[in-house]
Design a protein around this ligand. Structure first.
Ligand SMILES: NC(=O)C1=CN([C@@H]2O[C@H](COP(=O)(O)OP(=O)(O)OC[C@H]3O[C@@H](n4cnc5c(N)ncnc54)[C@H](OP(=O)(O)O)[C@@H]3O)[C@@H](O)[C@H]2O)C=CC1
Ligand SMILES: CCCCCCCCCCCCCCCC(=O)[C@@H](N)CO
Length: 306
């Protein structure tokens, strides 16, 4: 049955900015008590003030912010989660949203970036989830969200470092869901397309033209519409959360052996998989042509300038 957020403890990592902040606002509007984890204290404080404005019951609802780097060691993360649980009780909904991206051609990305992506996007989610699980299992109740990306469903030009870290979350989520099902805990993987956030703006600075042109296909979404979909799907206990037509096709196409809670969704995956594969071949061809054209354009430019 759907999770009721009234009075529930919701912990959002990366809740001080972008999609994470929109998620915090969304659950605040549904009566939740909110914990935000992120590093920068000023950004956390600003987000706190903003989220508080959306409380539906100012007497009972509350928010705490804890500054912690989730990507480095486990102990500080566990301490932060314990502190939050002391205040609000067991975490009912954990949203692993803290993350970062870097786009660039493989050999032009500093090799250190590959580890940094894994540390923040993958291990950060492992640590926070690990800290939350024991209590959640005891309670036999809860939801865990991993915010991946459409680039965690298919590999694209420029995302060698980023995609790998988001694909890692898929293996984690599937295995973990199988372990947690008997405890009535549901895992949700979210696959947002490009979303208009400070993180996205930062990514634009190094984004190759190819990556930009390919990503354009799926459009640019607002953090609030992305947050709304994620919270709805997670409350229902769906394993996949996606937005837009491309998101729907991509999720059906890449469902593999992922768990599914509704017969309707399973039936759709079965019926559409063949045709979506055909459609995907046209997309792939389009992407290949973008890459080729950018290479040609670059060669022409190089010739001109030499
Ligand atoms: N925007 C987009 O186009 C898309 C984003 N996503 C994913 O959604 C998530 C949120 O993205 P977006 O809203 O754009 O990101 P933002 O950069 O706007 O926000 C990132 C948040 O994560 C926190 N954070 C980053 N590193 C750490 C860390 N080491 N420890 C603790 N907190 C950390 C940041 O706070 P601080 O820096 O203070 O620690 C901030 O609150 C990411 O996982 C991203 O990969 C997926 C698809 C599309
Ligand atoms: C039937 C087959 C359908 C295929 C549709 C393919 C659509 C591909 C578009 C991919 C867009 C990638 C967005 C990554 C966003 C992200 O994670 C970063 N912006 C993070 O900052």
């Amino acid at each position: 049955k759907p999770l009721n957020l009234t009075g529930a403890h919701v912990l959002v990592t990366g809740g001080s900015s972008g999609i994470g902040k929109a998620l915090a606002i969304n659950v605040a509007k549904q009566g939740a008590n909110v914990t935000l984890l992120a590093r920068n204290k000023n950004k956390l404080q600003e987000a706190k003030v903003e989220v508080e404005k959306h409380f539906i019951n100012k007497d009972t609802q509350s928010i705490i912010c804890i500054s912690v780097d989730i990507s480095k060691e486990y102990e500080p993360v566990e301490k932060a989660v314990k502190q939050a649980e002391e205040k609000f009780g067991a975490v009912r909904l954990l949203i692993n949203c803290a993350g970062t991206s870097i786009a660039g051609v493989f050999e032009e990305l500093p090799v250190t970036e590959f580890k940094r992506m894994l540390d923040i996007n993958y291990l950060g989610s492992v640590y926070v989830t690990r800290a939350v699980i024991p209590t959640m299992k005891k309670e036999h109740k809860g939801r865990i969200v991993f915010v991946s990306s459409q680039a965690g469903q298919l590999g694209l030009f420029g995302y060698t470092a980023y995609s790998a870290s988001k694909f890692a979350l898929r293996g984690l989520s599937e295995a973990l869901q199988m372990e947690l099902k008997p405890y009535d805990i549901r895992v949700t993987m979210a696959f947002p397309p490009d979303t208009d956030t400070p993180g996205y703006a930062e990514e634009q600075k190094t984004k190759p033209r190819e990556t930009h042109l390919i990503s354009e296909v799926a459009g640019l979404f607002s953090p609030h519409e992305v947050a709304k979909t994620i919270v709805e799907d997670s409350i229902k206990g769906k394993f996949f959360s996606y937005m837009g037509l491309d998101g729907y096709m991509l999720s059906s196409l890449t469902c593999g052996m992922s768990p599914v809670i509704s017969m309707m969704d399973a039936a759709q995956q079965v019926v559409t998989s063949g045709i979506f594969r055909v459609i995907s071949l046209f997309y792939l061809d389009y992407f290949d042509r973008i890459v080729k054209k950018c290479k040609n354009d670059k060669q022409t430019e190089d010739k001109k300038s030499s």
